[in-house]
Design a protein around this ligand. Structure first.
Ligand code: ADP
Ligand code: MG
Length: 653
């Protein structure tokens, strides 16, 4: 007698049906030797398939032991069971169980994918096997384009792909006409002659009679076990095919990468097979990513514009205000900033030029016209501090400041509104009923601190203090830092100087640097806020992905069962679905990024004042986020797919 391949001792299997345990197998003892051809016969419902599933490691006995080549199967992990199914067994099912979206050759190759066989090698082998089974012309046909007999031959080729030392055929002829059935039986006998061990389940005595050994099952027990001595035995014939193949197929990093590539390929196929569903799933991600990328680009564009405006001033200035900080309600009562402070600052080495400022809202009148405007009481140096230039006339000088002269330099808006092309020089303008002579008109000013539609007039601060504001202190002092001095150093010495003059720090400063910083900060906060909202929409999109993936797992339960039966590990199934989820999200992310570029272009075309500034960072972040969402929300469905019970999965139609 040759080697015992399979040994069942007291195998029982019960199902839980409707809360009650129903025992289907009542203690099966069976030994199967290498090279046997064995038929298991019995009426329908007697437990043949249940027994077959246990033998094929798709199911486990409730009690009793089952050993494959002396190894107790109950001690094996799910990966080890998958290895057994993959390298040792070959399944042939009554209903063929081919994957509908793969052609004949690809179906045959599936077990080899999980075994880690090189693509070229497995394609050649699949085609050889199909050729041997008379399907040379049909390698690229889909299952739906093949007859039942042809499909069953494809499934035989698949069973042989990894060697198929033991072929398990559950009612292989059950769905076939008698001619195709006989053909399948002939193939099985031939395989037996070549050394394959064949276990065949049938309810047909005629089919069973083709086997040398016949085991009858009735109601979950073995009724008889007979050997027909007339038939030749092939026990001991070594199955060189499977030995050879198993020796070639070893684990390696290459094989691992190849498995990953295959999982990737299968995920892409699944996505394309369900184009509409994939697109709808992506929609949430597309919108979410588009929102994030556009909003970030918009915020960046806006802040870049403002910052460009500020730096367009060209000068590096520090402004000193009374009070503790911007918006301090008590700053109005702080009256310690005086013209003497200004004078002491002017002598400092880091000061290029400095100006006082006393600002008041005023009513401007000339002839019958009157407008509201802002009177800036300033030093003559203000024009140097900010780099203002005259278009017409001249700026006032130090002497005019010292003597509270009633002279005024007006801006473009004021000139336009009052004089409309006439020469304003020498004319008298009433500033809150104080008459002032216009001596100059400023060239257009592009400053982020001035409203483009407001009227500004510049008068000596001394005149403003004594005649307009009626105060003997300043609203602010602005200094321009000398070229070559750092803002930080200037700020420090300035604070020191004024603090010692005032006895305490009752003022605060703002440099164009700090303004830029606070603007960047503000846009950043704004961007983060809006992005947070966009991220919520991404999460909603992710939940959509999870939802569809769960549906997809349910829909493809049979496919998962087939893959498991031919040797897919839990991790293979998991990888396939996870990759699919990540792909959907990544593709959605890419489409979202592209759409937001499109949106940006359209927006800039129609509303040129809006500038979108796309950053590589936000795009990378968007893509990373979408893959993370894919992983996070794809995990649950992928896991539930990998934990499916292959038997139940296969039973699903
Ligand atoms: P056969 O293949 O011999 O026709 P099966 O092994 O498929 O019989 O089934 C044997 C018995 O076990 C039947 O009575 C069937 O109803 C029951 N059975 C099979 N699978 C399940 C299951 N998953 N849950 C509950 N009962 C089952
Ligand atoms: Mg059955």
């Amino acid at each position: 007698m040759s080697e015992v391949l399979l040994e069942l001792k007291g195998v029982r299997r019960s199902y839980n049906s409707g809360g009650a345990e129903v025992e289907v197998l009542h203690g099966i003892d069976l030994k199967v030797h290498q090279g046997e051809m064995l038929a298991i016969v019995g009426p329908s419902g007697s437990g043949k398939s249940t027994l077959m599933n246990i033998i094929g490691c798709l199911d486990k006995p409730t009690s009793g032991s089952f050993k494959v080549k002396g190894v107790d199967v109950s001690k094996l992990s799910s990966d080890e069971l998958a290895t057994l199914r993959r390298d040792f067994f070959g399944f042939i099912f009554q209903r063929y169980h081919l994957l509908g979206h793969l052609n004949a050759s690809e179906n045959v190759q599936v077990p080899a994918i999980y075994a880690g066989v090189k693509r070229s090698k497995r394609a050649t082998r699949a085609e050889d096997l199909l050729d041997n089974l008379g399907l040379k012309e049909r390698v690229d046909y889909l299952p739906s384009q093949l007859s039942g007999g042809q499909q069953q031959r494809v499934s035989i080729a698949r069973a042989l792909m990894n060697g198929g030392q033991i072929i398990l055929a559950d009612e292989p002829t059950g769905a076939l006409d008698s001619k195709s059935g006989q053909e399948v039986m002939r193939i099985l006998k031939e395989l037996n002659e070549r050394g394959h061990t064949i276990i065949l389940v049938t309810h047909d005595k005629g089919i069973a009679a083709k086997a040398r050994r016949i085991v009858s099952i009735g109601d979950g027990q073995i009724v008889s076990d007979e050997i027909n001595e007339d038939k030749p035995s092939f026990e001991g014939v070594s199955n060189e095919d499977s030995v050879k193949i198993n020796a070639v197929w070893r684990k390696s990093a290459g094989a691992f990468i190849d498995r990953f590539k295959e999982a990737f390929r299968m995920a892409v196929r699944a996505m394309f097979a369900n184009r509409m569903r994939t697109l709808l799933t992506m929609l949430g991600i597309i919108i979410g990513i588009m929102a994030v990328v556009s909003v970030v680009a918009l915020a960046r564009g806006a802040s870049e514009q403002v910052l460009a405006n500020i730096s367009s001033l060209g000068t590096n200035t520090i402004t000193i205000y009374p009070g503790q900080r911007m918006g301090d309600v008590r700053s109005g009562r702080v009256q310690t900033l005086t013209p003497r402070d200004l004078n002491s600052l002017v002598g400092q080495p880091f000061v290029d030029s400095a100006s006082a400022s006393v600002q008041s809202s005023v009513l401007l009148r000339q002839g019958s016209l009157e407008y509201n405007g802002t009177a800036q009481g300033v030093s003559h140096d203000i024009f140097r501090v900010y780099g203002y230039e005259v278009e017409k006339g001249r700026l006032f000088n130090k002497q005019e400041v010292d003597t509270n002269a009633q002279v005024v330099v007006i801006d473009q808006n004021t000139a336009q509104n009052f004089f409309k092309g006439q020469d304003p020089l020498g004319k008298t303008l009433l500033v809150n009923s104080m008459p002032m002579v216009i001596i100059g008109v400023l060239a257009p000013i592009d400053s982020p601190f001035m409203r483009s539609d407001a009227l500004y007039v510049f008068i000596p601060y001394t005149a403003s203090m004594s005649r307009l504001a009626n105060q003997n202190y300043l609203s602010s002092i602005v200094i321009r830092i000398k070229e070559g001095f750092s803002t930080a150093v200037a700020e420090r010495s300035l604070i020191q100087l004024l603090t010692s003059r005032h006895g305490r720090q009752d003022f605060f400063i703002q440099s164009s640097d700090t303004i830029m910083k606070s603007i960047s900060q503000a846009t950043m906060t704004f961007t983060l806020l809006i992005s947070a909202i966009a991220v919520i929409s991404l999460v909603v999109g992710g939940i959509g992905v999870m939802n569809i993936m769960l549906v997809s797992v349910t829909e493809r339960t049979r496919e998962i069962g087939i893959r498991m039966a031919v040797g897919a590990r839990e991790s293979d199934i998991m990888a396939q679905f996870l990759i699919e989820a990540v792909m959907v999200c990544l593709l959605g992310g890419a489409v979202g990024v592209i759409l937001s570029f499109g949106l940006g272009n359209i927006l800039e075309y129609f509303v040129p004042s809006i500038v979108l500034s796309f950053s590589l960072d936000s795009i990378i972040a968007a893509v990373a986020t979408s893959s993370l969402i894919g992983i996070a929300f794809g995990f649950m469905p992928a896991r539930s797919a990998s934990k499916l019970n292959p038997i139940e999965a296969l039973a699903r139609e």
